[in-house]
Design a protein around this ligand. Sequence first.
Ligand SMILES: [Zn+2]
Length: 482
Amino acid sequence: MPYLLYYLIVAALLVLAAVLLGRALTFRSRRYRVEPVPGPEIDAGRAAERLSGAIRIPTITAADPEKADRAPFEQFLRYLEEAFPAAHGALEREIVNRYSLLYRWRGRDESRKPALLMAHIDVVPIEKGTEQDWLHPPFSGAIADGFVWGRGTMDIKNQIILILEAVESLLAEGFVPARDFYLAFGHDEEVRGEEGAVKIAALLQSRGITFEYVLDEGGAVTVGAMPGVERAIALVGIAEKGYADIRITAEGEGGHSSMPPPHTAAGAIGRAVTELEKRQRPARISPFLKEMLAYIGPEMKFGLRLVLANLWLFGPLFKRIFVNTRAGNALLRTTTAVTILEGGSEPNVLPRKASAVINYRIAPGEDVAGLLGHVRGIVGPEVKVEPLVTTEPSRVSPVDGSGFETVERAVYAVFPDAVTVPYIVMGGTDAIRYEELCEQIYRFTPMLISAEDLDRMHGTNERLSLENIERGIRFYSELLKA
Ligand SMILES: [Zn+2]
């Protein structure tokens, strides 16, 4: 009965099509509406002045703390005290390890766990040779064309100033938060936070303090950053990648190059590097990435929605396409970047030594030890493998708890047209230092920026619009009033 078989196949295909379509059609956006809480009065112009004052103090981090100019850091602490008198009157403030700040705003209800808002005081230097490209000098804090200009306006003095603006305005209304709020501003985030965030976290831990949620810098609200999505996306970091610089070294005999061995030290390193690029860590659709796609998928065009709603079937196909984009690759796996090659100095002399440094960004769920095993397995026993700088990836914070919901609600109150999407921060933040103190750690800065604006952070013409100043203050007010 060949017809029966034929009918069965057609029926199965119809069922499959119905399932795929059904899942795509019921793949609903997770956006919802939130009524903003009333007040406080916001004076964006005054806030811009105060941000400008903060930008004019060049708190530049130096990789070597001995060489850092500490005068601006002392000046910055004094500046905050003068600029925010009400906050400094009402909140308890501690200076931690000379230049970092910890504030406590006591709430009405002591039985509730406190929350922690974070930022950092230090900024990265201006790259040599780019000073002339700034429309306004990087430490001028110029207010022009509706923006405050300068290093730190986006990363991340804006966060310090706008949090304190919200506190200052709420204090003027006589407001007291429901729970305790802590504010922590480290002074060396850009060089790993060992002197700032690590010390603040240790101090809090010694007091037995744990937090309901922690909010640090990380994502922002972006337009046009994700192909296929027109809606603005509020990227809330729920994890950050780990980091490893690994050096591989091969040694050779040296001597004249007229009768060489089959492989010199330089050749051995070349081969190892080729293999490391070819045999990368596996790409996988992790539980975190599934979560992210569940939020972003419904905002996409129907074809993509059909694929993302049916990852059970299209997962391998999706992975194969996604891994070929740089951003997709970075979300799917631990990335491999060969950054330094060294070896040999004369054209006719065999190098005694050759080496390479590979920079890895480690996906959550993997670790440094596993990565070292992977590298050793590939380069073989003849090549020495040494970790130089390493940081484990963070834990992944939940999206179904009170912390994410609190942040999400504040996002929707201030950015009603955006969709909140959990994502992974590719660079490191101070937030990872608080993992012992909190399960729910998020990384988000309330500003609406374009894909092009991202280059301004750590780059040229960093600036923050007055609209973003207002949004920031409203966002932190929402959190403080929640
Ligand atoms: Zn930063």
